[in-house]
Design a protein around this ligand. Sequence first.
Ligand SMILES: [Zn+2]
Length: 113
Amino acid sequence: MMEDGTVVLQSSIEDDVAAWLFAHGLSYERQARVVHWLLDFQVGTRYIEVHGCYWHGCDCLGKPLTKEQRDRRARDARVAGHCEHRGTPLLVIWEHDIRRGDLSALQPLLQRE
Ligand SMILES: [Zn+2]
């Protein structure tokens, strides 16, 4: 469930991240609650957000953002600000990286907490 009560299907890019975590022997929870947000993954004390380029208004789109995309980016900034304030590591990985097989944004998970 999203903040507004709608249900979104888990996307294949999230499955790619899950496969990467599994392949590296990391156990994880999906849809982890932090305050009133649901973050895509929790790995130990760390969190991962998987950002679809369209949904999260990525710069790679090269287009003006819709209101929905701007709202989502504002939400993402609030999540990041909260995690930073709380000292909770939050990794963000983008769809355009996952699609080309670059999951290096997840590398910090291979270091000890
Ligand atoms: Zn992108």
